[in-house]
Design a protein around this ligand. Structure first.
Ligand SMILES: Cc1ncc(COP(=O)(O)O)c(C=O)c1O
Length: 392
């Protein structure tokens, strides 16, 4: 079946953060903005997921959920068929939204003042959850090599010290669009083991990968790596169901898992939500075809964007994407201070993108654009961008 990703679904007044939460979250009052910031899709969520939720509501009783065997089985099968990693049911620890899980992981495995490594530019919330928990950020910035980013292992080696306890790995990487190779992950994993650093691999973007690239789940690489890592997964990004707040953390190491379960227990987190369970099961069993077409569509959007920029706005360059649906745009050719760039994009282009400087060191002069939207929306965004650039 061919799905129609060209359909423009009106999300205004639907309770969407991206469309309705702009003033609330960012304090910007303009109703005429085209929002391409928050990382969810403007596509309709796959029908099997909507049907599964409907079935639950039509049953008519929305009481406490229980009887999770099939739920965990579904995740085991998904990891096997999608990521070629054979996990045990017992390794899966349920969580709500992934940010809350990451924050609890930080509290469980580090103490105040401990250091945590991140690789900027990176998902801005990483910085907040480290600092808000009273831990210190240690940055190992990514290096831009031509149109693509790579890890800087020489710098990383210099950053380890006994206070560094944990590394937050973003894999695939938001916002630079890298799908890390096996070689890169192995080098990283070995350095972390040598320096007693636990790897927390945020794999929320694991399934949004462009053709010719393969996401490798960190824990699948070796027994040694799986014992020194926590793998965070969720159907949120791939199946456009972030509003359901459901994620699963895979912790093969018994002692790490017990510690984390204790932390969750003390916060009263012990069961997935009823609608989230139904949605996840449908996502992981009935939506492969939808996902493959959605990613083909995003990839076509990316190609369209690159050509449009080359032909019309050569001052702005798209970084090479291997995965996610978030394009990292290099705007340094515009020669604007990052605050001026932000102001002109919002006030003149009426375009709401994620501002590069919020992603930490290396982000200035860049913006992130979410292209999981109908081509028509992307075209409109590019026309707005072109108009404002031609007036500069
Ligand atoms: C790398 C990464 N982790 C976590 C999240 C947020 O996940 P959640 O909505 O489940 O808290 C995002 C959202 O964009 C993300 O890009």
């Amino acid at each position: 079946m061919k799905h129609n990703f060209d359909e423009v679904v009106n999300r205004v007044n639907s309770g969407s953060l991206k469309w309705d939460g702009i003033e609330e979250r960012l304090g910007i009052k303009d109703k005429g903005l085209l929002p391409m910031w928050v990382a969810d899709m403007d596509f309709r969520t796959p029908q099997p997921i909507l049907d599964a939720i409907k079935e639950k509501t039509e049953h008519g009783v929305l009481g406490y959920a229980g009887g999770y065997d099939e739920y965990f089985e579904t995740i085991v099968n998904w990891m096997k068929h999608r990521h070629q990693w054979e996990i045990q049911k017992e390794w899966i620890v349920f969580g709500g939204n992934l940010v809350s899980v990451l924050s609890r992981i930080i509290r469980t495995f580090t103490k105040p003042e401990d250091k945590i490594i991140v690789q900027s530019p990176v998902f801005a919330t990483f910085f907040h959850i480290i600092q808000d928990n009273g831990r210190q950020v240690v940055n190992n910035p990514l290096k831009l090599n031509g149109k693509s980013y790579e890890m800087d292992f020489d710098d990383l080696e210099k950053k380890f010290d006994p206070k560094v306890k944990l590394m937050l790995l973003c894999s695939p990487h938001n916002p630079v669009g890298r799908v890390w190779s096996q070689e890169e992950l192995i080098r990283l994993g070995e350095l972390c083991i040598k320096n007693n650093v636990l790897i927390v691999s945020d794999e929320i973007h694991a399934e949004t990968v462009f053709k010719g690239n393969k996401h490798i789940s960190f824990g699948s690489i070796s027994e040694e790596f799986s014992q020194n890592s926590i793998i965070c997964t969720s159907p949120h990004k791939a199946f456009n169901m972030a509003g359901l707040e459901i994620s699963n953390t895979i912790i093969p190491n018994d002692s790490l898992r017990k510690s984390f379960e204790n932390m969750l227990g003390s916060d009263g987190i012990n069961k997935p939500n009823l609608l989230g369970i139904a949605a996840l099961k449908a996502a992981y069993t009935e939506c492969d075809e939808w996902l493959s077409q959605a990613m083909d569509y995003c990839e076509a959007n990316y190609r369209f964007l690159c050509k449009y920029l080359k032909d019309n706005i050569p001052e702005v360059e798209a970084i090479k994407m291997e995965g996610t649906y978030l394009v990292w745009l290099n705007c340094k050719g515009l020669n604007l201070n990052h605050k001026v760039l932000e102001e002109r994009l919002i006030k003149e282009a009426k375009l709401l993108l994620s501002q590069g400087y919020t992603f930490g060191e290396g982000g200035n002069g860049f913006v992130r654009m979410n292209i999981a939207c109908p081509k028509l929306t992307l075209e409109e965004a590019l026309v707005r961008l072109k108009k404002v650039v031609s007036n500069m």
